[in-house]
Write a protein that binds this ligand. Sequence first.
Ligand code: PMP
Length: 385
Amino acid sequence: MTNIALEKIVPSEILAYNELFAKTEGIHLLTIGAPDFDVPDFIKEAGKKAIDDGFNGYSSSKGMPVLIDAFVHFLKRRYDLSYDTSHIIVTTGESQGLAAVLQALISPGDAVIIPTPAFPQYELCTLINHGEVVTVDTSHTQFILTPEALRQAKINHPNAKVVILNYPSNPTGVTYSPEDLKTFAKTADELDLIVISDEIYSELVYDQKHDSIARYLPHRTILLNGASKTYAMTGWRIGFIACPPDLFTPIFKAHQSSTPVGSQFAHIAAATAFNDGDAVIAMMKQAYQERRDFIVKELSNMGFDVASPDGAFYVFPRIPQHLNMDDKTFARELAVHGKVGVIPGSVFGKGGENYIRISYATSMDILKESMERIRLFITNKQNTQ
Ligand code: PMP
């Protein structure tokens, strides 16, 4: 017999929609959260050199020291965070870090508070450890989990041990201001909650500077980040866990149960990225920002209500009510008749119902054509109503 928790879990719906829509000929897929940029040359060169120099084996279990050093300096330089190298673990992409952290924290029956809409992996990793998922719909509070809502969730679920924040967010692009983070930290502390802070999009924040809750709640925050989005290094599988000293050992044990070692040459290349990559980040960020500005304007003109997307490379518009379509029907019909693939918002939980996620990690030409196609699709729908 298999793990009973699997009965509550469905395979990734994002990937399923992507595969389904890819079958439509001539479709523009705005479905997947992967940068369209290639890995910058100086990072590739560092990887090639490491291979030629013979760094082709297993890394140490915590990760190559050169990468841990680079990451500690990066956190200090970019976010004024002070971590000791002994409290960092390099993981096989941030996804493995998330899995290890929830495995380390959750005993059967413990609850995890997840503001929705959210990256579906949070629910999956909670359920597989026999944890209880407590979702909070944030669609009425600009996709921000307010301290009041957090408090209410803890009152209703005293077994809640952990809350997961992701900012800027996949799927909404919304982020938390320093003020939001300060009050949230205070409340989480009072409620005796551990915060898992998923900051994988931290370098893609457009109108403000990214701040981390780890600055206000260092003893209770487990910070997750990685190289996938920042340096377009999705395939190199580099992630990090930065944890409070007392949580290091349990998390390290959980890390060792799944993917206990990494790849030496990938770690060396990622060290180069985190040390010397500030300029390439700026270049990619500017391109994403131009695309964001363009599609927010286009979608607003078409009658979509779009929550202010401060970062990442997603927008999360609400489907105009007069079209009378739920998000799954809208996405399916848009794919077939409009030839644009988007992800239905409800895939990200209750807070995403009646929205769609559009990824703008694709070229401006494709985005321009996609906006025209969506406009035409909506006009045709209105005319046939
Ligand atoms: N967190 C969020 C919010 C994400 O969107 C993703 C990637 N889609 C990840 C974590 C995982 O990234 P990776 O495993 O590639 O580091």
